[in-house]
Design a protein around this ligand. Structure first.
Ligand SMILES: Cc1ncc(COP(=O)(O)O)c(C=O)c1O
Length: 497
């Protein structure tokens, strides 16, 4: 990698490193798989601070140009965001070419993929990370009790295999829970318990996908889903989102027979899919025989009005519903579920058995007790109230410090998206905030993935609020505003400090 730094340029040193490396990667002079210099070595070579190189590398990693391999170093990624090809004007197609395999014994493994972000990259105490909730809100006492009760009545459950599709007590409990809360009617046999929605998505794709199957997705999209589709060699058709969710009017003209959506709180931008668009997508699926992968994460947290019905409730035979307890209980528990249409139950059950012989029994038994005893509903009511107060504090403080800001995703979930003030770039704000010990995230760094022009990535920031106290939220916003004021001088975008 050849980088030349000009100190009198307007761009910062880290921007120059980022841009030059990106260009060399796209031009092919830095080839996929090539190991790049360590941050220390490059900083020494360029006589710049190590931080500048580290920030540039982090951005290259977050935007998909570089990948890190633990203990081995940093390498040029096998696939880049710009591999997206402009298609119909509405959507763009992404489909990696896998036909070039030589079959030689030295060729790399058949699997190629990129890691999605689920871990925060910031060690700051005030970290608006999108993918965590407050550990103090975990119902520890109740959880201890249901674990102990389950252990006391475990019988043979700890010493022999159970049904790979899940513990029947939990499947029955979840069937009642989704009926009461999401209007979904499902037999327990349609429900498969797994270690989270990401695994549920993997299972559904295992059942449904052949070859380069086209899939319609939201743009920007959940990174874990986007990179999974990419790793399977699927053809991705991204459709833009706005404040009513994905552009369903265009999506229904798609040739895809599979769509992945996050209707309750679009990830990463946060809008709720409108009822009108829900109906359009459902009619399209009924008409064409398409399947909808409904990732209903965050559905428990709707603050200002009643939740809209799940797509699965409206068209049970066309929707594979993906549920998770990562937001309502904790991401570290690793438990979620999928609800399959009757027509797919048999194949999904077989695919699940081949996948893993079953999910941890103790955790399933404890969760079933917690839900059926009413503890889960009480817990969700409590944290919904608590997240709502934190959201209100965040919105008030942002308004106090920044005046009017364009926001998305405020009505539900555990994070919001804010449009950065004019003349600012989201990535720069992220770096400035980091120097003031505050973690805020671009779309690409915060667990989203944007296809094509990356405008959301440049113009929006994601702020998760469910892991911070209200006081921390206020301090975090104040510090952010202050740091931006210092950088800009007292520009019009900010109000005093
Ligand atoms: C869009 C989306 N779906 C699902 C999940 C939950 O995934 P899992 O259940 O695998 O933890 C997340 C993470 O919070 C998410 O952002």
């Amino acid at each position: 990698m050849f980088i030349s730094i000009e100190r009198n340029r307007l761009e910062s040193i880290q921007e120059q490193i980022f841009e030059q490396a990106r260009r060399q990667i796209l031009a092919g002079s830095l080839r996929p798989g090539v190991k790049v210099s360590s941050t220390r070595a490059l900083a020494a070579q360029l006589k710049v601070s190590r931080n500048s190189v580290t920030f540039a590398y982090e951005r290259l990693i977050n935007e998909g140009y570089l990948v890190t391999k633990p203990t081995a170093g940093t390498f040029v990624a096998p696939l880049f965001p710009e591999d997206a090809v402009r298609a119909t004007g509405v959507a763009e197609i992404y489909s990696p070419d896998r036909s070039a395999r030589s079959g030689s014994p030295d060729e790399p493994p058949a699997f190629t993929g990129r890691r999605h972000s689920i871990l925060s990259t910031s060690r700051n105490p005030i970290d608006f990370w999108t993918q965590r909730t407050d550990p103090a809100a975990f119902p520890l006492r109740s959880w201890r009790r249901v674990i102990l009760e389950s252990l006391a009545s475990a019988g043979r459950n700890l010493t022999e295999y159970g049904d790979p599709c899940g513990y029947m007590f939990l499947r029955t409990t979840i069937a009642e829970h989704v009926l009461d809360n999401r209007g979904i009617q499902a037999r327990p046999e349609q429900i498969i318990i797994l270690a989270g929605a990401q695994l549920a998505l993997n299972l559904a794709l295992r059942v449904l996908v052949r070859g380069r199957e086209p899939i319609a997705v939201e743009n920007p999209c959940n990174q874990g889903a986007a990179y999974l589709f990419e790793s399977l060699g699927m053809t991705v058709l991204p459709y833009p989102i706005d404040s009513f969710g994905v552009d369903a009017e265009s999506l229904v003209k798609s040739d895809a027979r599979l769509v992945y959506v996050t209707p309750s709180h679009q990830f990463p931008m946060g809008p709720t899919l409108s009822l009108h668009r829900r109906k359009l997508i459902l009619e399209w699926a009924q008409r064409t025989g398409a399947y909808i992968l409904e990732d209903d994460y965050d559905s428990e947290f709707r603050y200002d009005d009643a939740p809209l019905p799940a797509l699965k409730a409206l068209a049970p035979n066309r929707v594979i519903y993906l549920g998770t307890f990562s937001k309502s209980l904790g991401a570290g528990l690793r438990i979620g579920f999928a609800i399959f249409p009757e027509s797919l139950v048999e194949s999904a059950g077989t695919a699940k058995a081949l996948l893993d012989n079953g999910h941890v029994w103790l955790e399933q038994a404890a969760l079933a007790r917690f839900i059926s005893g009413g503890g889960f509903a009480r817990h969700v009511r409590r944290i919904r109230q608590s997240w709502k107060s934190r959201r209100d504090t965040l919105l008030e403080r942002l308004s106090l410090r920044f005046g009017r800001l364009e926001l998305m995703g405020t009505e539900a979930g555990t994070h919001i998206a804010i449009k950065v003030p004019e003349r600012w770039n989201a990535h720069d704000i992220k770096q400035i905030a980091r120097k003031s010990n505050v973690g805020v995230y671009t779309v690409q760094c915060g667990g989203g993935h944007e296809y094509g022009a990356m405008t959301f990535n440049a113009e929006w920031l994601l702020l998760g609020y469910a892991s911070l106290s209200e006081r921390q939220i206020e301090i975090g916003v104040d510090r952010l505003a202050h740091a931006m004021e210092l950088r800009q001088g007292n520009g019009p975008a900010f109000r005093g400090y």
